[in-house]
Design a protein around this ligand. Structure first.
Ligand code: NDP
Ligand code: 2IT
Length: 444
């Protein structure tokens, strides 16, 4: 057995019941095989891979809160502090009923490489809760966030661990979390990113992940003498990442014909009207089904299957494993040429391989969606400097970072003779910086 296979077998046996974590580790270790082969003895001696796959720390805690009926509810809260070799732990908080340790470990693990690719000094972490904000009143969300932060505040800080948003955590939740942190610690510091513009937030952070995905897509297209203009696109999800991916890709001349949420998808052959989606999702917190009630010619379909809509570009921006092998086969059969992951690990391993083997340019989430966390790091910088940059300045920096990530990923793949394999390129380029820092810092 090779060293990477041994470590993968160890991860499976020592972390039972964590399939998403196994999946994320498998993809990375398989990509790293070519790097490890060059220096296997040294990596083995230092147990680099064993250390890389073991979180530095996992904090898990009880979150009790009182609902609007006066009944006490209890949720689980977590923070996975995965790797701090290149900077303070950095990564989002997810509030969704599906959240468990496996999902947060996969997300924290991915975050290590993503954050490394940004070129900024941020380590990898992730956290969250199985709390479901859907259908809760603002007061219930506040009560939950305050209880969650009462415990989490013991383990985070502007130079220690800086959480942000993810699924189910947007501006409203970050506000309640920030207020409680400040009250407990008495510190006005950049302990969270994605803050509001009047209290330390950065312009463009809201748009950054979605815009970044499209800046990345633009680089991939240009590298193959193609362009986004005139393309037909499908963007999955209708949350923060999806909405701003649609905004930017439309600006660059593509037509988005379908979006979805966890209930179903809408198809609008004339092109999705984003102001209506924003009103439904950002203002009313409603369902995507309402789009078809408001727009003539748009059709709503209940359930999964958005990949059946023919497109040139497919941007999965909802959640993990939303695109499986059958979906990948349908995309290829319909002539899709580009897949860039706005979500984290939205494509299964089988789906990814099928797309890559059938001529689709596939950019994995850890590179494609890194614009969000990169702009979070820019928010941290502005907080430290106690000043705010203009929207143009932040957007320009974000664009530059996405171009740089494409180059790093593309170069790493080429160095190993695996041209256009952006999965391998992203994992290798992300790994190289982290491993260098880990080696320099000794056995910790
Ligand atoms: P939001 O909560 O704003 O939106 C999530 C969207 O995905 C909603 O449309 C939601 O539908 C849908 N969705 C969530 N879970 C499921 C599910 N189990 N099945 C089907 N659809 C689902 O989250 P974000 O847009 O912030 O995050 C989306 C993805 O992007 C996640 O994978 C996240 O980790 C990743 N990401 C986010 C970044 C950020 O800056 N926010 C940065 C980098 C990556 P519904 O409302 O019905 O639940
Ligand atoms: O998956 C991610 O990169 C995020 N949810 C954003 C993390 C951050 O710290 O901005």
């Amino acid at each position: 057995m090779s060293y990477t296979e041994e470590v993968y077998a160890r991860v499976v046996s020592q972390n039972p019941g964590e399939p998403e974590f196994h999946q994320a580790v498998k993809e990375v270790l398989e990509s790293l095989q070519v790097v490890i082969d060059k220096n296997e003895e040294e990596y083995r001696k230092l147990s680099i891979l064993e250390r890389l796959v073991e979180p530095e720390r996992i904090i898990s805690f009880r979150v009790p809160w009182v609902d609007d009926k006066g009944v006490v509810q209890v949720n689980k809260g977590y923070r996975v502090q995965f790797n701090s070799a290149i900077g303070p732990y950095k990564g989002g908080l997810r509030f969704h009923p599906s959240v468990n340790q496996s999902i947060l470990k996969f997300l924290g693990f991915e975050q290590i490489f993503k954050n490394s690719l940004t070129g900024l000094p941020i380590g990898g972490g992730k956290g969250g809760s199985n709390f479901d904000p859907k259908g809760k009143s603002d007061r219930e969300v506040m009560a939950f966030c305050q209880s969650f932060m009462t415990e989490l505040s013991k383990y985070i800080g502007a130079d220690q661990d800086v959480p942000a948003g993810d699924i189910g955590v947007g501006g409203r939740e970050i506000g309640y979390l920030y207020g409680e942190y400040k009250r407990i610690k008495g510190l006005y510091e950049g302990v969270l990113t994605g803050k509001g513009l009047t209290w330390g937030g950065s312009l463009i952070r809201t748009q950054a992940t979605g815009y970044g995905v499209v800046y990345m897509l633009d680089e991939i297209a240009k590298a193959h003498n193609d362009s986004i203009e005139g393309k037909t696109a499908v963007v999955t999800g209708s949350g923060n990442v999806a909405i701003y991916a649609v905004e930017k890709i439309t600006e660059l001349g593509a037509k988005v014909v379908a979006m979805c949420d966890s209930n179903g998808y809408v198809y609008d052959p004339d092109g999705i009207k984003l102001d209506i989606v924003k009103d439904i999702k950002e203002v009313k917190r409603g369902r995507i089904k309402e789009y078809a009630d408001r727009v003539e010619g748009a059709v709503y379909t209940e359930g999964k299957g958005i990949w059946n809509i023919k497109c040139d570009v497919y941007l999965p921006c909802a959640t993990q494993n939303e695109l499986d092998l059958d979906g990948a086969k349908t995309l290829v059969a319909n002539g899709c040429k580009y897949v860039a992951e706005g979500a984290n690990m939205p494509t299964t391993l089988e789906g990814t391989t099928y797309l890559q083997e059938n001529g689709v340019y596939f950019m994995p989430g850890k590179a494609a969606n890194a614009g969000g966390v990169a702009t979070s790091a820019l928010e941290m910088t502005q907080n430290s400097m106690r000043l705010s940059w203009s929207a143009e300045e932040v957007d320009e920096k974000l664009h530059g970072i996405m171009k740089d990530i494409f180059k790093k990923v593309d170069d790493a793949a080429k160095r190993y003779g695996l041209d256009d394999n952006y999965v391998v390129g992203a994992n290798i380029a992300g790994f190289e910086k982290v491993v260098d820092a880990m080696k320099a810092q000794g056995i910790v």
